[in-house]
Design a protein around this ligand. Sequence first.
Ligand SMILES: NC(=O)c1ccc[n+]([C@@H]2O[C@H](COP(=O)([O-])OP(=O)(O)OC[C@H]3O[C@@H](n4cnc5c(N)ncnc54)[C@H](OP(=O)(O)O)[C@@H]3O)[C@@H](O)[C@H]2O)c1
Length: 291
Amino acid sequence: MPFCRPTNWEGMDSIDADEIDPDFCPTDDGMPMLGLGTWENTDAEQCAESVRVALETGYRHIDTAQAYGNEEAVGEGIARADVDREDVFLATKIWTSNLAHEDVLSSARESLSRLGVGYVDLLYVHWPAEAYEPAETLAAFSKLHEEGRVRNVGVSNFQPEQVAEAIDVCEAPVVANQVELHPLLQQEQLREACEEYDVSVVAYSPLARGAVFEVDVLNEIAAKHGVSEAAVSLAWLREQGVTAIPKATGEDHIRDNWESLALELDEEDIGAINAIEQSRREVDPSFAPWN
Ligand SMILES: NC(=O)c1ccc[n+]([C@@H]2O[C@H](COP(=O)([O-])OP(=O)(O)OC[C@H]3O[C@@H](n4cnc5c(N)ncnc54)[C@H](OP(=O)(O)O)[C@@H]3O)[C@@H](O)[C@H]2O)c1
C-alpha cells in the first residue's frame, strides 16, 4: 500500500536541508512521513502560528484531536498559511466519549466546522475505550468515509488484536494505527503486526516528550552528525518506515525537526539505536488497552 510511503522518496538522502521541498512529502497518494503534533499547544494564537510556520516551512501533515481543544486554532493556522488546503494532510481524532454511532457522526461534523474544512484526510478512533464498540463505531467512520467527509479511517492506541478486529468490521480500509513509538519504546511486535495487516504506523511522542535528549547513545550519534537528538530520533523512525508527528511550538524546533529529513543515519547508528533496551512509556492512562 503506498499510503504513508512517499513515492519519490529515493534521492531524499542526498539533499540539503535548505532545499527540502514539500514535493518530497506528496499527499496525493501518501501520508507525508513527517507531521506536526499539536497536543498541549492550547494557546489559540500560538497554536495557529505554529501550524502556519510549519506549513510555510514545508510540513504538509498536521495532527490534532477533539481532546486537544485546539481544532479551531489549527484550522486558523491552515487558513493563514500560504498553502492550499488541498495540499495539507489533516488528521483529527474522535474522543472516547463520542464513539457511539450517532456521536461519531455529530462530533465529526463539529470537528470539521471547528477546523473550517469540508473534509479531513484522516480520522482516528483516539483510544479503544469508553464508548468504543468496534462494529457500531466503525460503521459511523465508514459512513463518513463514504460521504467524503473523511478521506481515510485510522485507529490509535490499538493493540494488534484490536487492529485485526477493526479491519474485520470496518467497511472502509483501516489505513493507520497511531501509537507511542520512539527509540525508548520501539514496539517491534506491534510494528510487525501492522505490517502484516498492511496498516501504516504513525509514531506519536516521537521525541519521548523530551526524554530522547537524555540518552547517551542518542547524545553520541547527535554529536557525531552535528545535529540534535530530536533529528536523530526522527531520522531513525523514518528509516523504520514510520511516520512521525513531533509536537513543536516555536520556529526553532519546527525547523530543527523538519531538517531531520536531510539526516542519513549509517548502519552503525541504526544498530546502536535498535539495541537500546529501555521500555519507557510516556502516555499511559488507566484506560489504555495494555493496562
Ligand atoms: N494518539 C494519541 O493518543 C496521542 C498521544 C500523545 C501524542 N499524540 C500526538 O503526537 C504528537 C507528538 O507527541 P508529544 O506532543 O506527546 O511529544 P513529542 O513530540 O515527543 O515531544 C514534544 C516536546 O518536545 C519538544 N521539542 C520538539 N522539537 C524539539 C526540538 N527539535 N528540540 C528540543 N525540543 C523539542 C517540544 O517543545 P516545544 O513545544 O516547546 O517546541 C515538546 O516539549 C502530539 O502533539 C499529538 O499530536 C497522540
